[in-house]
Design a protein around this ligand. Structure first.
Ligand code: IMP
Length: 194
């Protein structure tokens, strides 16, 4: 069951699950500016025109789609799938590869595209896994970074927004698969008993 929260454009349904509250953090224009900043920083680095972008599904879908539209048209794309949250609002700590890329990355410049780096366990696992395949370079672009939550050190080469320890949804990020389609980023507050 969904409840209309009564915010946003009139005529558009903006719904939340019962007891959930959304507090907007970054509007679509803020996100677009953040994506442009990241794209400029990536282009300023001397990476090859045949850069391989590897978005991590599913959370990075919007960020990757917007980033790819402003990067040089010669960049290539392949997808990785991982799961670590298993539907909730805290990481299980166990990272599982649910989909691998089909492209060889040996001697390639590779850019992993993440939605958010929280404990760092997911990106650490992905970097270790991909490094074994001998890429020429391996870098990370993340839409969001929650540095206060870090459990393992990870290099984040490009980041749009650093945020405090909040649970964030929208623009690809979910809670139990809900809210990915929101065009903005919002803090999600859950009902007390959940
Ligand atoms: P980490 O392994 O703890 O760094 O978690 C990384 C993954 O957890 C991200 O790719 C997201 O899928 C998920 N995640 C972490 N924080 C949030 C959040 O605030 N909202 C939604 N998903 C999150």
């Amino acid at each position: 069951m969904v409840v209309n929260q009564g915010i946003g454009d009139p005529g558009l349904c903006e719904c939340v699950l019962p007891g959930h509250q959304l507090k907007r953090l970054y509007e679509a224009e803020d996100i677009a500016a953040g994506v442009r900043r990241v794209a400029t920083a990536i282009a300023d680095q001397t990476m090859s025109a045949q850069l391989l972008c590897v978005p991590v599904l599913k959370g990075s879908l919007m960020f990757a789609a917007d980033l790819l539209r402003v990067l040089p048209p010669t960049v290539e794309v392949d997808f990785l799938g991982v799961s670590s949250y298993q539907g909730g609002a805290s990481s299980s700590g166990i990272v599982k590869l649910t989909r691998d890329i089909s492209t060889s990355i040996e001697d390639r410049d590779v850019l992993v595209i993440e939605d958010i780096v929280d404990t760092g366990l997911t990106i650490r696992y992905l970097l270790d896994t991909l490094a074994l395949r001998k890429p020429r370079s391996l870098r990370v672009a993340s839409l969001l970074d929650k540095p206060s939550r870090r459990v393992v050190e990870v290099p984040i080469d490009f980041c749009a927004f650093k945020i405090p320890d909040l649970f964030v949804v929208g623009y690809g990020l979910d809670y139990a698969e809900a809210y990915r389609g929101l065009p903005y980023l919002a803090e999600l507050t859950l009902p007390e008993h959940s």
